[in-house]
Design a protein around this ligand. Structure first.
Ligand code: HAM
Length: 429
């Protein structure tokens, strides 16, 4: 127990963490190109926030939240997703008083009591964005374009954008009525959960993964059949923007998403080839009533979130390498206690010149130290033994070919700086 982690959560270890850092750097760079600003909201919120936003009949709220009472007997929940917290922060911090729209992005851990498997965890990470304060279709298109842009810059293949509109409070009731009538006529084929949800939230049935329900969903009335003129116009305008920049998508009338806050546009980016992970990398849509339902002024919003574990698994399965392990430029190999003092001072001086340094702190033999320098892929190792110390020099070994040069200690920093920074400059040129 003490030495094993709870099920469904992961350590991200050195060697792997570099891929996370590289992915995060890609994400931040692209968000800044689209002029989104980062927001960091808390890991837990009042439970009430998720009941109001994600929805009481969603799987997340019904089955998957990590909720508890704190010592002050307040009901709190580890955030299962990022949108609700961003909306709460938008209202609480009066971001609506700033320029509209507010274009916000986030990266961070989320928590769901999901069935753990490849690509599905109980603590997982999302990056996502929320644009608050505009109901223009161009914003829906921008959010979808961002996701596709990021994935294609990473070199991902076999992606598909699924698109739907889920209507608005004006046209949804008629659609729900039609759905209830349709499913009531096929009640025996519904799973127990969907029978239970039929009158509370019939749209959820379209999202059910049980075979009988999926089969029924394929033939069910579609939102577009019932969409009001406003939703219809919005949807065709979003499509026109996407067509204009050549982003392919497929219409999927059963795409309603697992969260209750969506109005109008809903979309997902799905892997078409099986990669061993769950196939939805990202999902999102418009939520024009969410700010209002969470206690703010009526403000439209649209956004998406993507699962980072899934994305990294898919990148790996497609042989796409992002993120290199950190490589020290110099490995310092002191061979006795006095040399260790000298090496420690050299390490400080080299790092001051932005050169990455590792030095032995285990009192290892020369042979063992050279093995370590090789394993770390250091460019140079610097040997300091008794002869070197007494002679006032160090032996610098170029690790690639084993060439050795004696360099006076007072010239060592400049010698290494010239070589390492010179090569770095050439590489950057
Ligand atoms: P979601 O579809 O629930 O949407 O989650 C978005 C993405 O998070 C999924 O496509 C998937 O890649 C990843 N994900 C979800 N659950 C897990 C899990 N248990 N393990 C690993 N990855 C997972 C939302 O969360 C909405 N807040 C998206 C949004 C933002 N809509 C508007 N704005």
């Amino acid at each position: 127990m003490l030495t094993t982690r709870p099920r469904g959560i992961n350590d991200i270890l050195p060697g792997e963490v570099e891929r996370w850092q590289a992915l995060e750097a890609h994400i931040r760079r692209l968000f800044s190109l689209y002029h989104y600003e980062e927001i960091r909201t808390p890991i837990f919120e009042h439970t009430e926030l998720f009941l109001r936003s994600v929805g009481e009949t969603s799987d997340i709220v019904e089955k998957e939240m990590y909720s508890f009472e704190d010592k002050g007997l307040r009901h709190v929940t580890l955030r299962p997703e990022g949108t609700a917290g961003v909306v709460r922060a938008y209202i609480e911090n009066r971001l609506f008083a700033g320029p509209a729209p507010q274009k916000l992005f986030y990266i961070g851990p989320m928590f769901r009591y999901d069935q753990p498997q490849a690509g599905r965890y109980r603590q997982f990470h999302q990056f996502g964005c929320e644009v608050l304060g505009s109901d223009a279709p161009v914003v829906d298109a921008e959010v979808i374009t961002f996701a596709v842009d990021l994935f294609s810059r990473l070199g991902l293949q076999d992606l598909k954008v699924s698109l739907n509109t889920v209507g608005c409070p004006a046209c949804r009731p008629a659609y729900e009525k039609a759905l209830v009538a349709y499913f009531e006529a096929h009640l025996d084929d519904l799973c127990d959960t969907c029978k239970d949800r039929l009158h509370r939230n019939p749209l959820r049935i379209l999202d059910c993964k049980e075979e009988g329900c999926t089969r029924l969903a394929a033939e069910a009335p579609t939102t577009l059949d019932y969409a009001c003129d406003h939703c219809r116009d919005h949807f065709s305008s979003v499509r026109a923007y996407l067509d204009g920049v050549g982003i392919p998508y497929e219409l999927d009338s059963t795409l309603v998403r697992g969260l209750d806050y969506y109005t109008q546009t809903a979309f997902e980016v799905i892997m078409t080839q099986k990669s061993g992970a769950q196939n939805a990398i990202c999902g999102g849509g418009r939520y024009n009533k969410l700010v209002y339902n969470c206690g703010g002024k009526d403000t439209p919003g649209v956004g998406f979130a993507a699962g980072m574990e899934r994305l990294l698994l898919i990148l790996e399965s497609q042989g796409i390498d992002i993120g290199q392990e950190a490589v020290p430029g110099v490995y310092l190999a002191p061979l006795d206690q006095e040399a260790s003092q000298l090496a420690f001072q050299l390490a400080k001086a080299l790092r001051a010149k932005d050169i990455a340094v590792e030095m032995d702190c285990m009192g290892k033999s020369l042979k063992a130290q050279m093995k370590t320098a090789d394993r770390l892929k250091a460019r140079y190792s610097v040997l300091i033994g008794e002869n070197e110390r007494l002679g006032g020099y160090a032996t610098v070994r170029q690790m690639a070919d084993g060439d050795q040069t004696e360099v006076p200690l007072d010239k060592l920093v400049i010698y290494l700086e010239e070589r390492i920074n010179h090569v770095a400059t050439e590489k950057n040129a």
